[in-house]
Design a binder for this molecule. Structure first.
Ligand code: AKG
Ligand code: FE2
Length: 318
């Protein structure tokens, strides 16, 4: 039986029905609001991304990562690229607590991506997946706008530049006898994240001091979570939850994480709807998104020895 902490499931079908199912839309919107308030995570079904496309993309990704290291190394980021992060293949440095390798991809239209020659079809499947997830990002942003009671179109106007969204295709190594961390506990710094994953499992979300599994489920579901930007804009009404990936023994785990993010020049602070308009004090000082990203990046390049020195969104808390 599912525990009371189990990840909420949200059926997005009413948004695709095209028959003006207003009640269905209202119910699904309320389910998203409740999930983002309590867990910061939910499992989306009927999300508009074909399950067979997700399965094919994961298979092709697994085939790429199974290639010899020297083949993977050919997919190195282009020198002099203007991409916000290095697009292409990389592996976490040996000293990192995170035990994975990945291929980072941006919107194909931007021309930053570097693709492997093998396996055939990798580029097409990933580009198709990207397009579908980008569309889903816009839909979830609209739903959040409604959940947050913001003026229609506020978030899409505030966050209209899609040039910073990206996907890492990830492979986690098998756990060892000594150690099973795949991705250390963290909150996402962006707006909205989608996770597509194979059947291995290992993604876990912290809820009331308990680690709740965010397993893939067998219906081709996508895990959705909100990041720090939404938590700040909503002045803590919606939650950017702590999560991590734990590795399993004897298997690699494959996933895609789509980061629906925001332009680095954006000034992020709690919105009036959650502060002055309702007589509540802001829980955060304002900041430029870029500045926060730099601090987060430094967490990775220069990991502090004391966990309490790792920068989280609480850095800006009042
Ligand atoms: O691989 C996953 O399941 C999650 C990845 C994740 O949490 C992240 O990249 O921020
Ligand atoms: Fe994450």
């Amino acid at each position: 039986m599912a525990s009371s902490c189990a990840l909420p499931v949200v059926d997005l079908a009413p948004f695709f029905a095209g028959d003006g199912d207003e009640d269905g839309v209202a119910r699904a919107t309320e389910a998203v609001r409740e999930a983002c308030r309590t867990h910061g995570f939910f499992r989306a079904v009927n999300h508009g991304v074909p399950p067979e496309l997700m399965a094919r993309a994961l298979e092709l990704s697994a085939a790429f990562f199974a290639l010899p290291d020297e083949e993977k190394a050919k997919v190195r980021p282009a020198e002099g690229s203007k991409a916000p992060l290095p697009a292409g293949y990389a592996r976490q440095p040996a000293h990192s607590a995170d035990k994975n390798e990945y291929v980072l991809l941006f919107d194909p239209k931007l021309g930053f991506n570097v693709y492997p020659a093998e396996p055939a079809g990798f580029r097409e499947a990933l580009e198709e997946c990207y397009a579908k997830l980008a569309k889903l990002g816009l839909l979830i942003q609209e739903i959040l706008n409604e959940c947050m009671g913001l003026p229609p179109g506020f978030l899409s106007g505030f966050n209209s530049d899609r040039g910073f969204d990206f996907i890492p295709a990830l492979r986690y190594f098998p756990a060892t006898e000594e150690e099973s961390n795949g991705l250390s506990e963290h909150e996402d710094g962006n707006c909205i994240t989608f996770v597509i994953q194979d059947g291995v499992g290992g993604l876990e979300v912290l809820k009331d001091d308990e680690w709740v599994p965010a397993e893939p489920g067998d219906e081709g579901s996508i895990i959705v979570n909100i990041g720090d930007v939404i938590q700040v804009l909503s002045n803590n009404k919606l939650k950017s939850a702590t999560h991590r990936v734990v590795r399993k023994k004897a298997v690699h785990r494959h996933s895609f994480a789509f980061f629906f993010t925001i332009h680095g020049d954006k000034w992020i602070e709690p919105l009036p709807e959650f502060t002055t308009k309702i007589g509540e004090p802001p829980r955060y000082k304002g900041f430029f998104y870029n500045d926060y990203q730099q601090l987060r990046m430094r967490n990775k390049t220069h990991p502090p020895t004391r966990p309490e020195d790792v920068v989280h969104i609480t850095h800006y808390a009042i």
